[in-house]
Design a binder for this molecule. Structure first.
Ligand SMILES: Cc1cc2nc3c(=O)[nH]c(=O)nc-3n(C[C@H](O)[C@H](O)[C@H](O)COP(=O)(O)O)c2cc1C
Length: 209
């Protein structure tokens, strides 16, 4: 098992996944990692939906794909590469994003992270679920499974929550498509750390680096 810092520094978004099945015992380890996360007041209002039914996944993929055409594709076509990336890398990222869009439903297992009474438009929206989501992403990487944190479906949140049969007051915050990766885990592309860390006041360079 790789050490935690190696896991974190190589946990790329793995968007090309094999359709081969993933044993339930591995999914259970991932779910346990999610449930170990903190939540505000330890309220644990999360619910984790394990989705394997191809029909349910396909219905959601239709909305996911529509949102690519409506928003994500045009944005990639006109925006600059993010820090630590370049045009070639950004174009490869977009190709992988499109691949996942077309094959979203073929990932053998999804974990849908939901919160009861969680939709809070303030700054803390999602803060009691995204820790669990990140724990599950890290657990996937540690087990050699690929996943990507995806939230695009929330563009059609009501429609997608209805497909999952969520009751009033519960909302889905992220979908993790999980499967064995086609490619390899590798180093992440990020900008220089000193560009994003300040000391004492916004804009003052941090002396520790
Ligand atoms: C809040 C959030 C939402 C995201 N939603 C999506 C998504 O809907 N689809 C997708 O392909 N990637 C999604 N991502 C993945 C990001 O694009 C990815 O983390 C980023 O490009 C860095 O990739 P890397 O870790 O491989 O360098 C999301 C990530 C975050 C943190």
């Amino acid at each position: 098992m790789p050490d935690l810092f190696e896991v974190m520094s190589t946990m790329r978004a793995m968007r090309r996944l094999k359709p081969d099945p993933v044993p339930d015992e591995l999914i259970n380890q991932i779910l346990q990692a999610g449930q170990w996360a903190p939540s505000g007041g330890n309220t644990q209002r999360w619910r984790f939906l394990v989705v394997k039914d191809p029909e349910v996944k396909k219905k959601v993929q239709v909305y996911y794909s529509r949102l690519y055409d409506e928003q994500v594709g045009p944005r990639y076509a006109t925006s600059a590469p993010p820090p630590g990336s370049d045009l070639g890398r950004y174009q490869r990222q977009n190709a992988a994003v499109k691949y996942l869009t077309d094959h979203y439903h073929e990932a053998p297992v999804w974990i849908v992270a939901c919160l009861e009474d969680g939709e809070n438009p303030g700054r803390t929206a999602g803060s009691s679920i995204y820790g669990a989501v990140q724990n599950m992403c890290l657990a996937c990487r540690a087990l050699g499974l690929g996943t990507t944190l995806t939230t695009r479906h929330t563009g059609y949140g009501k429609e997608v929550d209805a497909i999952f049969g969520l009751p009033p007051g519960a909302h889905s915050y992220a979908i993790l498509p999980i499967g064995w990766p086609m490619g390899r885990f590798g180093p992440l592309g990020r900008g220089p750390l000193q560009d994003v860390v300040y000391q004492d006041q916004w804009g003052k360079p941090y002396q520790g680096l």
